[in-house]
Design a protein around this ligand. Structure first.
Ligand code: NAP
Length: 481
């Protein structure tokens, strides 16, 4: 079998109402490592998309009152299937997204964990009972599933972004229509299949694929049977969707873009900071909303950090992600690769020295890593979400100055702080305007932790104890007992 052949069991048709259906037309999924066509999949138009809403709406009647324990067991089985078939999942991710095998396998495991976490959360939703302060009534609060959830996911984590939404939605008793990114639909279709095999009743999970996400999403969000939107993607598209959800005053959870600062304070362990930077910058080839986007280095260690970081990057192997010895795979598409090259050209025009650390393969959507030294805060690379393996380095002298530069952005998803000790790290973390702060670590995402951003990086939290509440409506009963 050729290495870039899809796993035999990978579905390519859409999942609607428990059956696999074709679209009105077809669209191609491309392997970014060699630009070959991996598969032809269905292309939903508005009427196909609305049939998925109908299926989800019909299934809600039963699923919303299915005992939480039973819903939990479906998710638990889905976790077990995904864990047992993690290599199938990783293969799909690599083939359509391009990332390195190790990153894909890590994502497959992380994705499965959302099903485990929310299988545990399903049975833990607690209402409330208390007396009003005047003791004239009792206050009973209940949480009920909100209804049909529309879920939109990006291409950079095709498995984990799907399970991070499907897990809590199904645990809460909601039914779902999932629309993955056009570049990476195959992993999402496979996740739909996993849930079917785990026992999700027909219509509880529907997965549609389309080349016209704008038209399809507008129609879905205008449909009164749809009760909530959960979106992960760019801030730009998030804003478009928020305008549409405003029309129906629809609850919207938004996991949007980032521009993460990575601060290395005086006295920090440089080797540890470089090891963290290799993860925070290079995981997924830099195509992560949590990717370290700009590095602020104290002047006492900036040169040491730059040398050690460049040396670590020089040790990476670039090549097709399906070959397991490669550390850095392809970007998702030539278009995304070219966006990063355009940013580098802009930085060059601003006076930065742009030299690749390694040679990248010429075929496919590959890009070499770059370290750009002596970057000025406020320049293009520090203002833009790079989404590729480019690390701009800025030097600072004073901690307050570093914090001010780090917070000088409309984004607020995550910050990284390396400090001599955890106490200093936490003190600085409290001043960061971001929903998450990694202290002396390069990776903190965890299904048990609340993931989400401040400022224009989003609304709401996924994972943790908060995640399920994005899919629950609170109802209050004032009772004369
Ligand atoms: P994107 O262009 O915003 O697309 C995300 C999703 O929205 C895709 O499914 C896309 O479908 C769909 N979409 C695009 N235009 C739409 C429209 N007008 N109406 C409805 N849906 C629309 O983002 P991306 O390039 O896939 O992903 C990268 C971005 O996601 C980055 O900004 C990154 O920071 C962010 N992200 C955030 C998080 C987080 O948790 N905060 C996690 C991962 C990624 P099509 O593919 O069909 O266009």
């Amino acid at each position: 079998m050729s290495v870039d052949v899809l796993p035999a069991a990978a579905p390519t048709r859409m999942l609607i109402g428990g059956t696999w259906v074709d679209g009105a037309a077809a669209l191609n999924v491309i392997n970014p490592a060699n630009l070959s066509v991996l598969a032809e999949i269905g292309d939903a138009d508005v009427s196909v998309a609305l049939s998925a809403v109908t299926a989800a709406h019909d299934a809600f009647t039963t699923w919303s009152v299915t005992p939480a324990r039973q819903r939990a067991e479906v998710l638990r089985r889905a976790y077990e299937i995904m864990s047992a078939e993690a290599e199938v999942c990783a293969r799909l991710i690599v083939l359509e997204n391009g990332k390195a095998w190790r990153d894909a396998l890590g994502e497959a495991t992380y994705a499965a964990e959302f099903f485990r976490w929310f299988s545990e959360e399903a049975a833990r939703v607690a209402g409330g009972f208390r007396y009003s302060p005047a003791r004239d009534k009792t206050i009973i609060t209940d949480h009920r599933p909100i209804g049909v959830a529309y879920l939109i996911t990006p291409w950079n984590f095709p498995a984990a972004m799907a399970t991070r939404k499907l897990g809590p939605a199904l645990a809460a008793g909601c039914t779902a229509v999932l629309k993955p990114a056009a570049e990476t639909p195959l992993t999402a279709l496979w996740v739909g299949d996993v849930l079917q095999r785990a026992g999700a009743p027909a219509g509880v999970v529907n997965v549609i694929t389309t080349s016209t996400s704008g038209d399809v999403s507008r129609a879905i969000l205008a449909d009164p049977r749809v009760a909530t939107l959960s979106f992960t993607g760019s801030t730009e598209v998030g804003r478009i969707l928020l305008r549409q959800t405003a029309e129906r005053v629809l609850p919207s959870s938004m996991e949007l873009g980032g521009n993460a600062p990575f601060i290395v304070l005086a006295g920090a362990d440089v080797d540890k900071a470089v090891a963290g930077a290799m993860i925070a910058k290079m995981r997924n080839g830099g195509a992560a909303c949590t990717a370290a986007n700009r590095f602020y280095l104290h002047e006492s260690l900036a040169d040491r950090f730059a040398l050690a970081f460049e040396s670590a990057l020089r040790g990476l192997r670039i090549g097709p992600g399906i070959e397991q010895g490669n550390d850095l795979g392809a970007m998702v598409s030539v278009r995304e690769r070219d966006k990063v090259l355009t940013l580098l050209a802009a930085a060059g025009a601003e006076g930065a020295a742009i030299e690749p650390i390694l040679d990248a393969p010429q075929t496919g959507a590959f890009i070499a890593p770059y370290v750009v030294r002596d970057v000025a805060h406020g320049s293009t690379l520090t203002r833009t979400e790079i989404f590729g393996p480019v690390a701009p380095l800025v030097t600072f002298g004073d901690e307050d100055e570093a914090i001010a530069m780090a917070n000088d952005t409309e984004y607020g998803l995550i910050s990284y702080v390396y400090a001599a000790d955890a106490g200093t790290g936490v003190r600085v973390a409290r001043r960061m305007e971001s929903g998450m702060v990694a202290i002396n670590r390069g990776l903190i995402a965890d299904p048990a932790a609340p993931f989400g951003g401040m400022k224009e990086s989003g609304l709401g939290r996924e994972g943790g104890f908060a995640g399920i509440h994005e899919f629950l409506e609170t109802q209050y009963f004032g009772v004369d007992l």
